[in-house]
Every structure is written in C-alpha cells, then in structure tokens.
Design a protein around this ligand. Structure first.
Ligand code: FRU
Length: 426
C-alpha cells in the first residue's frame, strides 16, 4: 500500500539482473499509473507478522457440536438491507456451509450445501433444512455467500455456484442467487416458501477477474463468496467477492512489491488474489456490473476469501480471510482475518495494524479456527477448524467457534472479549 515507489525503483535498478526471471520487463509509466489506481496489499506490507494480545484469539480446547452429524464451516447471519442483523418472528437465522459426516473432513468442500440454523437468544442454535431445491441450485455444490432480507420478507441468498451440476466437483466458480421466504412455526422450526429461480449474477470476465483458463500456479483460482453490501453514504448496492487479478500477463509491478529488500522468489507472480466488486443495476438484485477490484494482492496472496465491509462513522473496513499456504513464496503469514481501512467504499485502503492482520489463531494451534466474518458491533464469528484438545490430541472441528468481539479504531483493531460459540446479537 505504501506509495513510495522511488526508493523501490532504485533498488530495482540495482537488482534487475537477478530478478530477470521474475520481471519480464520494467513496467511502463502508463501501466504503473493504471495499476496504481487499485489499492494494493504489497509485499512490503507483509514482511513480518507479530502475534500480539490485540490480535491473537484464545485457545480452543473443546467445543459443543452444533450439528453432530454434519460438518459445519463458513457461516453468515441473515441481515437486513442496511447490514444490521435480522430477525424473523423473534428468531435469529444464520446460514452455513454443511456436509454430512458421510463425507470426510477434507471431502466436505466437494459436497457443500447451505443449511440454515435458528436461535431465539443468538446463542443456542438448532439446525434446519437446505432452504432451496438442491436439484435446481446452480453448481455441483454451493459455496459461501451472504443473505439479505427485504422489508416484505423476501430473502436473497447469494452463493457461489461451484462447478457444474453434471461435471462432478470441478472448480469453475460463478456468483449466484436465489430467493425465498421463511416463517417460524411456533416453537417447531421454520417453513420455507415462495422459492424463486436460481440465477447467475456474475462470471469472471478475464480482464478485472481471472478466469479458470487464465490461472497459473497450483492453488485454485477464485470467483466466489458474494457478500451483499449497501453503501450507507450513497444507498448504492453491491456484491463484494473473492477474485484473482485478470489477464494473462502476471508481471508484478512496483506497487505490488513496495519498498522491499528481497529477491522475489520465482512463482510469486502466480499468487494474484483480489477483492472484487460488482454494482447492482436493478432493484430486484438480478443484474450486476463488474467493476475494477477494491484491492489487489498480486505477488502477495492467492486467496482473499469471503471479503466483506463494515462501516463505522466515516471509516470503511474491508475484511478478508486468508491462509498461511496461500501467501506467495517468501512470505510467512498466518491463517487469519485481515483488514484494510479507507474513508470511502472506493477509497485508498491501507492495511490495518500496518500488516493487515486483525485476528490470528494462537501460535500453538495455528489452524484452530477459520472463516472469520466481522458483523456489526465488532462481533467476529468463525468456525472450529483443526485444533488440539486439552490433552494435546488433534481434533477436527466443523462447528461454530466462540465469537470474538473486536474494537475498531481508525486503522487499528484489538480483540476485547470472547463470547459463546456462534453467539450473535442485533
Ligand atoms: C473459505 C472457503 C470459501 C469457499 C468455501 C468452500 O473457508 O474457501 O472461500 O466458499 O470455503 O468450502
């Protein structure tokens, strides 16, 4: 994010010979200017991460399984149009990726379906059904998304159509949506009705957003995880999503590196995650226009997953989750929640806390939780991933993790509190 290009260019001049493998050519002034319009998370930003009291979650030693027969991971509560947490007949409703335990822990991604959960107090959750007809849903399986309820009760479920119905678990990803209504039946759960069509909202265009064909490297490309967002300043509506930078030229540009004293390892250019945005152009949220990404991490990280925005006063916070294994060669970053701060939706996002790191797992259990999502009031939900119990035995999770509460102040954050597993409030 640092825009101090001149010292970098001096260094580049000195090391051009060594870097020749990585940089086919120096970027022209025009392409650098063009590219610098998109804020970047640079290699300079991520040179060293520190686990501190402010960013490290407490250990998870055990958990209560919210749905013992199912793996449960990425989770998102039903929201109102303005992003506040919604309720239906006094119940909170949350959606999550699920798969029965007939599938293996790692096989769950190939068979994901979205189920809903409901709770009166936002703490004790009961699992409901798949709220759509699986045969009509798009994709071989459905990956993460978001859910918004209109005033008339229509729920828009945004999701990722992952693969194609007749192809098995392949990796093409498209942003999709369906609609339905939900009603509480006294104390015995919910009914789902008025199911609408399933429709594709956006596909990778190959210019802003990499297509599957353009992908290089060993990690899957991304065009997934649509998150609905209404900009409180303008009322305009968007979906924010996980992408990769489009095009066939993967040459890293000065702003992707920043002021770093390193020889960028070969292959770093294959890691080109970005945070995408598409603008709604009709009232029923069926038509979206792809826009230039909000942030790019070329040469830094392949996956900026489940991106979402929280506003507080004049501050816009763009959050995303990422993995240790998706950082580019030469960068040692933890599985974590990362955040970027700006003063408008299309602002010049700067990494929070200097590096971007907002929440990490404790050092002795670096994969204990994942898929953090920041909700109003600084509530941060996630799921229990892989951890070591009180006796030091390895355990697979697949259930709601304790909610954290963080404090956001300018471009800094601090973990303040730990709440119950899956706990949310309005
Ligand atoms: C994050 C994630 C999402 C995706 C889902 C697939 O945990 O990788 O980006 O939608 O998991 O299971």
């Amino acid at each position: 994010m640092k825009r101090n290009h001149s010292s970098f260019l001096t260094k580049l001049a000195l090391t051009t010979a060594v870097l020749a493998g990585t940089f086919a050519q120096l970027p022209s002034a025009a392409s650098a200017a063009e590219a610098s319009e998109t804020p970047v998370w640079s290699r300079e930003d991520v040179q060293s991460f520190d686990l501190t009291e402010e960013n490290t979650a407490p250990n998870i030693d055990s958990f209560t399984d919210v749905a013992p027969d199912y793996w449960v991971w990425d989770t998102w509560p039903l929201r109102d149009r303005d992003g506040s947490i919604a309720k239906i007949n006094g119940y909170y409703v949350t959606f999550a990726l699920t798969a029965t335990k007939d599938y293996t822990w790692s096989g769950r991604h190939d068979h994901a379906v979205i189920r809903y959960f409901y709770s009166k107090n936002g703490k004790d959750w009961t699992m409901g059904e798949v709220p759509y007809n699986k045969e009509k849903a798009l994709g071989f399986r459905q990956w993460a998304g978001s859910a918004m309820m209109e005033k008339d009760g229509t729920i828009h479920l945004f999701y990722t159509a992952s693969g194609r119905k007749d192809e098995g678990p392949t990796f093409e990803q498209r942003l999709a949506k369906t609609t339905f209504e939900m009603d509480a039946k006294g104390n015995s759960g919910f009914t789902v009705s008025n199911n609408g069509e399933h429709e594709i909202l956006a596909e990778a265009d190959g210019t802003y957003y990499e297509t599957q064909e353009q992908k290089t490297g060993n990690i899957i490309y991304s065009f997934r995880d649509p998150w609905f967002f209404q900009d409180p300043k303008t009322g305009e509506e968007y979906i924010i999503f996980e992408g990769n930078s489009g095009g066939d030229d993967k040459t890293l540009e000065p702003q992707h590196l920043g002021d770093v004293d390193e020889v960028v390892p070969e292959g770093a250019e294959d890691y080109n995650g970005n945070i995408g945005i598409a603008k709604a152009t009709d009232d029923d949220l069926s038509e979206f226009e792809l826009m230039a990404p909000l942030l790019e991490a070329n040469g830094v990280n392949q996956q900026l997953e489940r991106p979402h925005i929280v506003t507080k006063g004049n501050d816009y916070y763009l959050f995303t989750i990422s993995h240790q294994f998706t950082f580019a060669p030469g960068i040692d970053g933890p599985d974590g929640l990362y955040g970027f701060n700006a003063d408008s939706l299309f602002g010049d996002y700067q990494p929070m806390n200097d590096t971007g790191l907002v929440v990490a797992n404790p050092e002795n259990d670096p994969f204990q939780a994942y898929s953090w999502a920041v909700l109003p009031h600084g509530q941060v939900i996630s799921f229990v991933n892989e951890f070591h119990d009180g006796e030091g035995n390895f355990q697979q999770g697949g259930s709601f993790a304790p909610t954290l509460r963080i404090n956001l102040k300018g471009d800094t954050s601090e973990i303040k509190n730990v709440m119950r597993e899956g706990e949310i409030h309005g």
